[in-house]
Design a protein. Structure first.
Length: 211
C-alpha cells in the first residue's frame, strides 16, 4: 500500500488500536521511526553512553541490554550508545514486535548497522507468556525504550509489564505518550521524554492505599 504521496507504507504494528500517527498521510497507520535526535536524548536521559570506568583484574564489565517495545528504535539507540563508548564493553539490544515482517526487516537493518540485537515476535498487548520474566531472566534487559500510544499504555497487560519492569530495577524511557500510573523520575521536556525507575512505582502504591 502507498501513502498519499505514492511512497510505500509499512503496516502499523498495532493494527487493532485506534490511532492516526502524526507526520504521515494515508488511511493505514505505518511504523513511525523515531528521530536520531530523540534517540540521543533518550540515551542521555537514561544515563547511557560515554566513557566507562576501566576495569581492574578480576572485574567483569557490566552488561547494558536495551529493549524496544516496537522493535525498530533499538538500532538507533545502540548505534549511538556504542559509538560513545570507549571501552571493551558495549550495549546489546532486544527488539519486540508482533509483526514478523517488521522483525525480519529490523534484523537485516541491525546487521547492516553493526549492532548486536535479538529480535522477538511477541504480542505484548496480550502478554500470554509473561514478557517481564523473559526480558529480565533470559535477556537480562536493563533499559527499555517505549513509544506506545495512550490506548496501549492504558491496557492492563501493558500496565503490568511496565510496572513490573520498573519495580525490578529496569529503567524505562517513554517518548511522546506517558503512563499515568508511574511517577516520572526525570524529564526532557524539549524532546518529550520521561524516564521511570524503581521510585516511579510509589504512585501506584499510594493510589492503591487510597482506594
Amino acid at each position: 500500500m502507498d501513502d498519499d504521496g505514492g511512497n510505500p507504507m509499512i503496516e502499523f504494528a498495532f493494527h487493532d488500536l485506534d490511532y492516526i500517527p502524526f507526520g504521515y498521510g494515508g488511511t493505514t497507520a505505518p511504523y513511525i521511526e523515531t528521530s536520531g535526535g530523540t534517540m540521543r536524548a533518550a540515551a542521555t536521559l537514561m544515563c547511557l553512553g560515554g566513557d566507562k570506568v576501566a576495569l581492574t583484574a578480576g572485574q567483569e564489565a557490566a552488561t547494558t541490554v536495551v529493549c524496544d517495545l516496537g522493535c525498530g528504535d533499538v538500532i538507533g539507540l545502540l548505534s549511538h550508545i556504542n559509538g560513545l563508548t570507549k571501552s571493551i564493553s558495549t550495549a546489546n539490544g532486544v527488539g519486540i514486535d508482533y509483526n514478523a515482517e517488521l522483525i525480519n526487516t529490523a534484523g537485516i537493518n541491525s546487521k547492516a548497522a553493526g549492532v548486536n540485537a535479538e529480535w522477538l515476535i511477541y504480542d505484548f498487548n496480550n502478554d500470554l507468556d509473561d514478557l517481564v520474566d523473559q526480558l529480565i531472566t533470559t535477556h537480562q534487559v536493563t533499559h527499555v525504550f517505549i513509544y506506545l500510544v495512550p490506548k496501549q499504555l492504558a491496557l492492563e497487560t501493558v500496565r503490568n509489564i511496565l510496572t513490573k519492569l520498573a519495580r525490578s530495577g529496569v529503567v524505562l524511557c517513554c517518548h511522546k505518550f506517558f503512563p499515568l500510573y508511574l511517577k516520572p523520575a526525570r524529564r526532557d521536556v524539549l524532546m518529550d521524554l520521561v524516564v521511570y525507575d524503581e521510585t516511579s512505582c510509589e504512585v501506584v502504591v499510594s493510589v492503591a492505599l487510597e482506594t
